[in-house]
Design a protein around this ligand. Structure first.
Ligand SMILES: CC(C)(COP(=O)(O)OP(=O)(O)OC[C@H]1O[C@@H](n2cnc3c(N)ncnc32)[C@H](O)[C@@H]1OP(=O)(O)O)[C@@H](O)C(=O)NCCC(=O)NCCS
Length: 190
């Protein structure tokens, strides 16, 4: 796994006595089966509905058409991004993105989004698409700042009746480069 990991230094609280930021080491890598309990716990803490179950995470980890990137800080799961791919389409879908509240507001969501974009580009995708709740102003701000443009809306998309906004961003495909964020092939490709 060594060469597949990437470490980033992200400025993080707490701040030192004279306002110096303490740098936190965060490692980005493909999710593995032993991450699933922490992923499911983060889902429970983060989302009130439409959560991804443990079983679904396990199934997604085995699918070549899905990629889950985890951000780990020491032994903790700090966040994750989940991408879905479809054959014969050059658009990848950001299916989920979440950051643990203990790591909120320090740039980790932005960093995970950038990692997801890089992985999609390395898989040859020309576009990344996503849906976000109309009332999720934090996430909408994150996507808009990262260059995503609104291209549609789906009413009553979520189980509580909230609408989804659809965003997309063009990517520069870089097929041919193997990504350190690709997990080793674990199961049958679908
Ligand atoms: C949305 C989420 C991923 C942002 O993660 P984060 O690590 O806290 O965000 P970052 O620190 O990387 O901030 C990136 C941008 O997000 C936006 N943002 C983050 N926190 C915000 C807040 N409290 N209020 C408004 N905008 C906010 C800002 O645009 C910010 O850019 P800026 O710092 O230049 O202003 C995180 O809040 C989360 O997991 N939310 C719950 C799950 C969720 O909504 N996922 C998205 C589903 S589509």
């Amino acid at each position: 796994m060594g060469e597949k990991k990437q470490q980033s230094l992200i400025p993080a609280p707490p701040y030192g006595p004279r306002g110096f930021q303490v740098l936190m080491r965060v490692e980005f890598r493909p999710a593995i089966a032993s991450d699933v309990d922490a992923l499911a716990a983060l889902e429970r803490e983060t989302f009130e509905s439409d959560r991804i179950s443990r079983t679904s995470f396990h199934r997604l980890l085995r699918r070549r058409s899905a990629a889950t990137i985890v951000a780990r800080s020491d032994a903790s799961l700090a966040g994750y991004a989940l991408l879905l791919f479809r054959e014969r389409t050059s658009a990848a879908r950001l299916y989920s993105l979440a950051v643990d509240k203990a790591f909120a507001g320090i740039g980790l969501g932005r960093a995970l989004l950038a990692q997801a974009e890089e992985l999609a580009a390395q898989r040859g995708c020309r576009e990344l698409r996503l849906e976000v709740r109309l009332d999720n102003m934090k996430a909408r701000a994150l996507y808009e700042k990262a260059g995503y443009t609104l291209f549609g809306r789906r009413d009553s998309y979520y189980s509580d009746g909230e609408a989804a906004l659809r965003y997309r961003k063009a990517l520069t495909p870089r097929r041919g480069r193997s990504s350190r964020l690709e997990r080793p092939q674990l199961g049958t490709a679908r």
